[in-house]
Design a protein around this ligand. Structure first.
Ligand code: DAH
Length: 409
């Protein structure tokens, strides 16, 4: 090959370099880049084809042409790598732009639920009495007349029965046909004496405790002596007080129990009344417990719930199952006792009833009143919640309006 042959090859190499670089600049994306690479730098590409021409050159012409070939090859490879970096950066930038997140946008709120205000209050009261050594127990809402009234010193025709308009459960068969109704069975009421568990005098073992640490008491048990005759008519309990009897039938003193639960009264609904509401009952029975203990425990509860400045006062009150009986009030937490709208100008707010367990009630459950004394109290959670939250209509608690409920945390 002649010198001119050599320079033709070198010129071709330069021409290839120019064209390939120009084309490389217009490659739009990585796919186009790969096509360019195959076409120019591939084993059968244009550069390889030219370089094969080296073999036909004379030995003198070869070094210069070879050097030119290497330079062009190096330049094209470098340009390729450079373009590849540029295209990758571009496509990454496009991706980032497309998937852009504005981290400064406010997040979507997670809606947390909360306990119903009545449940919150119930748990607070439970906590107070658990600290005082009380156990929390559950009882049936469908109850015998005997427990709801008779054994609480309200025999048939007792005028105090009339105060509590009672829902009776209809179609209850003869008392020996237990359980009396499906509802009664579901609620745990049994016909005493019929398949009742043997008399238990000790608190239920932990294995028989219900959910939440509550202990179902006296549902199937009861002393044999109490198990007959039958409990009489079946009703929706009008108060949590019947559980006093059920607990005393099953447990020996010392007894310290708190019984929260739903109660029912056949009342017209208005701002202050619902036919279904909840109460809590407290009962303490021991050898030497006094009204001073009752007063101390209630004062502790009121001050825990409403503030340490609250005073508690007892007024004489009549409840057939306590003697003496009292109503207990607390000094108004809104005005501090000066008199305001909340306390109707009196400085006091009525909370509930209480007293020393009536000797007749102790005898009814086989406890000797000369050896044992006891005290009890009861109040309604809804009433206490109205007072506490300054709400003026009891129906709001069961209206399921979240705008109302969420305000009471
Ligand atoms: N059970 C009564 C009621 O519903 C409240 C009550 C009063 C409960 C005095 C008691 C008590 O334990 O000693 O009106």
């Amino acid at each position: 090959m002649t010198t001119s042959e050599k320079s033709v090859l070198i010129d071709d190499l330069h021409a290839l370099e120019r064209e390939a670089l120009a084309k490389l600049a217009t490659v739009p994306d990585e796919r186009g880049l790969e096509e360019w690479r195959v076409e120019v730098l591939g084993r059968r590409g244009t550069l390889a084809e030219l370089l094969r021409g080296l073999a036909t050159l004379s030995p003198e012409a070869r070094p210069a042409a070879g050097a030119a070939g290497n330079r062009v090859k190096g330049a094209l490879e470098a340009a390729y790598a450079e373009r590849q970096r540029g295209l990758r950066a571009q496509s990454r930038a496009r991706e980032l732009e497309a998937e852009r997140i504005d981290v400064t946008l406010p997040g979507r709120g997670v809606h947390l639920g909360q306990l119903h205000p009545i449940t919150q209050l119930r748990r607070e009261v439970e906590r107070v009495f658990i600290r005082l050594g009380f156990s929390v127990v559950d009882g049936p809402e469908v109850e015998y007349d005997r427990y709801n009234f008779t054994l609480l010193n309200m025999p048939p025709d007792h005028p105090a029965r009339d105060i509590q308009d009672t829902f009776y459960v209809a179609n209850v068969g003869a008392p020996s046909r237990a359980p009396a109704t499906a509802a009664a069975a579901a609620a745990g009421a049994v016909s005493p004496g019929d398949g009742a568990a043997p008399a238990g005098t000790d608190p239920l073992p932990p294995s028989e405790r219900g959910a939440g640490g509550h202990v179902p008491v006296g549902v199937d048990g009861g002393k044999a002596k109490m198990a007959t005759p039958a409990g009489g008519e079946v009703l929706l309990r009008t108060q949590t007080s019947p559980m006093q009897i059920r607990v005393m039938e099953c447990q020996k003193p010392p007894i310290r129990v708190l019984i929260p639960g739903r109660v029912y009264r056949n009342e017209a609904t208005d701002a202050a009344h619902e036919s279904q509401f909840s109460q809590v009952e407290g009962l303490c029975v021991d050898e030497r417990t006094t009204m001073g203990d009752l007063r101390g425990c209630l004062t502790f509860m009121i001050r825990t719930l409403f503030g340490s400045e609250r005073e508690v006062r007892f007024r004489c009150g009549y409840f057939p199952f306590v003697e003496p009986g009292a109503e207990f009030d607390m000094s108004c937490h809104v005005c501090g006792g000066q008199g305001c709208r909340t306390c109707k100008g009196t400085g006091w707010i009525e909370i509930g009833g209480c007293g020393m367990v009536h000797p007749i009630v102790l005898e009814n459950v086989g406890l000797d009143p000369s050896r044992y004394s006891g005290w009890a109290f009861g109040f309604g959670f809804e009433r206490m919640a109205l007072i506490r939250y300054g709400v003026d209509d009891i129906r709001l608690f069961y209206g399921n309006d979240l705008r109302f409920l969420q305000q009471l945390r």
